[in-house]
Design a protein around this ligand. Sequence first.
Ligand SMILES: Nc1ncnc2c1ncn2[C@@H]1O[C@H](COP(=O)(O)OP(=O)(O)OP(=O)(O)O)[C@@H](O)[C@H]1O
Ligand SMILES: [Mg+2]
Length: 229
Amino acid sequence: MLILHNVVKTYAGKASVTALADISLNIAAGEMVAIMGPSGSGKSTLLNLLGGLDVPTSGQVLVAGCDLAGKNEKERSLFRRSKVSYIFQAYHLMPTLTVSQNVALPLHLAGISTREIERKVAGALQDVGLESRADHLPDELSGGERQRVAIARALVTDAPLLLADEPTGNLDTVRGVEILQLLKTINRARGTTIVIVTHDQKAASVCARLIRLRDGSVDGDSAQSGDAA
Ligand SMILES: Nc1ncnc2c1ncn2[C@@H]1O[C@H](COP(=O)(O)OP(=O)(O)OP(=O)(O)O)[C@@H](O)[C@H]1O
Ligand SMILES: [Mg+2]
């Protein structure tokens, strides 16, 4: 599903930063993987490359057989729409749209009927426990509630690849564990490939594989039970 081959990502600027230094990785379809590592170790950069939001400076990024390194912005955007759900570290909700409208957004882009959209949005809001906030605007919500809206928006589309950057960073322990169990259920029921960036050991422990990054390199890659939390 995901193959990285000698991937390097350097950000140019006053002082150029090597965010990823020669990473090679293979993640099979249906895996649920946690990525951990210190702040600045390249976790979000890696996720951005996997989701086709950015391209590597050198090396190959193959996602579902598609070589993203060679694609332009427009081609990558079409690819994202059909294949990838993304839970951003900073949510990226539309401030002028209600909770329901935010969650429905990716479905409108996919051209689904209004009735089907309403059904899916209601289901996703129920999954994250936000039915009662459907008509609120994002700035009328708490940080954790906004995070759950972003999660619901990522879940409505049934994309084969789900990428999540600190999905439980603003949630209390109980709610965080609930969300992770929900992601795990989706992983099992739909076979969705899931990659979660997290600082939280407990979040990582629901994943069957843990990859550690340090200074832009893989510093550990091991299988674990994935039963905890
Ligand atoms: N757009 C950018 N321009 C320049 N440097 C960047 C850019 N984005 C990230 N970096 C740098 O690349 C390195 C990796 O950043 P990245 O965001 O991938 O880290 P991270 O592991 O996600 O950290 P955190 O846990 O704090 O979210 C950092 O040193 C960061 O300063
Ligand atoms: Mg980050």
